[in-house]
Design a protein around this ligand. Structure first.
Ligand code: EPU
Length: 419
C-alpha cells in the first residue's frame, strides 16, 4: 500500500488551483442516468471515487468517453443493467445515489445496501422511506435494496436529520415523478445546489434551490447538456489550513469563496488575514499567532464536518485551549489518537474534543481511516519535527487530486512510497 512521506520545510509559498468538487461530481455523474441523450461534464476531478463511479455506470451499460479537453461524455441512452453490485458499493457508499435515478427512469433498481464506515453507521433509511412515500415498493433482501415502481408519484417528504445524499437521491427520484414533490428540511450544501442546477439544465423543474424546501414538479424526460462542476470547497479549505499552520501566505485559485463563508470566518478568528476575489482566496498567516477557536460542526451554511479534522489540528498548534464538537457523525475523531502520537494534547469525551495547544509536534508513522483524517495527518507532517509517514494513502486518493504535486508547487517536501 502506498505511503506519503512528509518532511517539515517551513513556510509554504504561492498559489494552488482547486479541482472540481468530489461531492458535487459524484451525484451529478449518477444523475446522468436520468438523461436520454449524452451529457458532457467539465471540471470533474481525477479521483478514485470518480473512477469507481465511472466503473459503476459502465457496469450498467452507460457509455463513458473523454473528449480532447478531458471533459467526460456520458451516454445513458441504452442502460442494460439496473443494478449496483456489492463489490462496488462496498468501496464507495455514494453508489447508493443510483437508486433514485434508476427507479425514476426505469421503475426498477437493485442496489447493494451500504454498510457502516469508519466515521459512523451512516444509515440510508431516509432515502428508502422517501422513495416509499413516492409509491415505490422497496424490500431489503440478502443485503440488497430491491425497488420497484410503476411511475413514482409526487409526495410531501420531511427528512430528519438533514442529509446531503438523502436529499440528492430523493431529488433525482422526484424529477421524473408524476406530480409535485416537496422535500422539506432539505440539505442546502453547495453540492446539493449544483446537482439541482444540473437537473434543471437538463429540463427538470426544481424551485427553492439553496433553501431547505425543494419543490419539484415532475417532468416526463430529461435531455443531456454540457455542465461544469463547482470547485471543491473542502480541498480549498484544506490548503488554506496548511497555510495557517505553517504561518504562510497562500492563494487558492479557481475557488468559490461564497461556499466557504463559515470556514473563512473561523480562519479569521484563528488570526489569519483573508482576502477574496470572485474566484480566489488568499490566507496570510505570516508573523501572526495561531489562536484557538471553538467549533461545532453542523449542516451548511454552518461549519462543515469535512473541515473538522483540519481545524482540530490548527487548534492542537494554537496558543491556548479549545473545544470541537462533532454533531454530524458519531465516530469522526479517528485522527485524534494519531495526533496524540505526534505530541498533541487532546482528550475526547463523547462528541467533543478538548484541545490544549502545544508548541511542537513530532514526526511519526501514522495511519488514518478516513479521507479528512488523512488530510489532517498530512498537514501535521508539514509542521512536525522530523519525518512523518502517512499510511493508507488510498483514503487521500479518494478525495484530493494530485495532492503531492499541489503541495510541491507550494514548496512542501512530500513524496509517495509505492509498494
Ligand atoms: N442519516 C440518517 N439516515 C439517512 C441518511 C443520513 O440517519 O438515511 C444521518 C447520518 O448517519 C449522519 C447525518 O444523517 O449522522 C448526515 O449524513 P449525510 O447523509 O448528510 O451524509 P452523507 O450524505 O452520507 C455527505 C458527504 C460527506 C459529508 C456529509 C456531511 C458525499 C458523497 N458525502 O455524506 O463527505 O461529510 O455529507 O456533510 O457527498 C467526505 O467527503 O469526506 C465525506 C465524508
Amino acid at each position: 500500500m502506498d505511503k506519503l512521506v512528509i518532511t517539515n520545510r517551513g513556510q509554504l509559498h504561492g498559489s494552488v488551483e482547486v479541482s472540481g468538487s468530489k461531492n458535487a461530481a459524484l451525484p451529478i455523474l449518477m444523475g446522468c442516468l436520468l438523461a436520454e441523450t449524452p451529457v458532457s461534464l467539465s471540471n470533474v476531478p481525477h479521483l478514485k471515487d470518480v473512477t469507481t463511479t465511472i466503473q459503476l455506470l459502465a457496469s450498467m451499460g452507460v457509455e463513458v468517453m473523454f473528449d480532447e479537453h478531458l471533459n467526460i461524455e456520458i451516454n445513458a441512452a441504452n442502460i442494460t443493467v439496473k443494478e449496483a453490485e456489492y463489490d462496488l458499493v462496498k468501496t464507495m457508499r455514494a453508489s447508493i445515489l443510483v437508486l433514485g435515478p434508476l427507479l425514476a427512469r426505469f421503475g426498477e433498481a437493485k442496489v447493494s445496501l451500504p454498510g457502516g464506515c469508519a466515521i459512523g453507521s451512516r444509515p440510508v433509511n431516509i432515502h428508502i422511506e422517501g422513495m416509499q412515500k413516492m409509491g415505490a415498493d422497496i424490500q431489503v433482501e440478502q443485503g440488497y435494496i430491491l425497488a420497484k415502481a410503476k411511475r413514482l408519484q409526487g409526495a410531501d417528504i420531511t427528512m430528519n436529520p438533514v442529509t446531503v445524499t438523502g436529499t440528492e437521491n430523493l431529488l433525482m427520484a422526484a424529477v421524473l415523478a408524476e406530480g409535485t414533490t416537496y422535500l422539506r428540511n432539505a440539505a442546502r450544501e453547495p453540492e446539493v445546489v449544483d446537482l439541482a442546477e444540473f437537473l434543471n439544465a437538463m429540463g427538470a423543474k426544481i424551485s427553492g434551490i439553496g433553501t431547505d424546501v425543494l419543490v419539484v414538479e415532475g417532468v416526463d424526460s430529461l435531455k443531456g447538456v454540457p455542465y461544469e462542476v463547482i470547485p471543491d470547497r473542502i480541498e480549498a479549505g484544506t490548503y488554506l489550513a496548511a497555510a495557517a499552520i505553517t504561518h504562510s501566505r497562500v492563494t487558492v485559485t479557481k475557488a468559490n469563496p461564497k461556499h466557504l463563508t463559515a470556514v473563512l470566518e473561523k480562519f479569521e478568528e484563528a488570526g489569519a488575514l483573508i482576502e477574496s476575489t470572485e474566484d480566489t482566496i488568499t490566507l496570510d498567516m505570516r508573523n501572526r499567532e495561531l489562536k484557538p477557536v471553538n467549533i461545532v460542526t453542523d449542516p451548511y451554511p454552518l461549519f462543515p464536518t469535512d473541515m473538522q479534522a483540519q481545524f482540530l489540528l490548527m487548534n492542537a498548534l494554537a496558543d491556548g485551549e479549545s473545544t470541537i464538537q462533532e454533531t454530524i457523525f458519531e465516530n469522526r475523531f479517528m485522527h485524534v489518537s494519531e495526533l496524540i502520537r505526534m505530541g498533541a494534547d487532546i482528550r475526547v469525551d463523547g462528541n467533543t474534543a478538548y484541545i490544549k495547544g502545544v508548541k511542537q509536534l513530532h514526526g511519526a508513522p501514522v495511519m488514518a481511516t478516513d479521507l479528512r483524517a488523512s488530510a489532517s495527518l498530512i498537514l501535521a507532517g508539514l509542521v512536525a519535527e522530523g519525518e512523518t509517514v502517512v499510511n493508507r494513502v488510498y483514503h487521500i486518493d479518494r478525495g484530493y487530486e494530485l495532492i503531492e504535486e499541489k503541495f510541491h508547487k507550494l514548496g512542501a517536501h512530500i513524496y509517495r512510497l509505492t509498494n
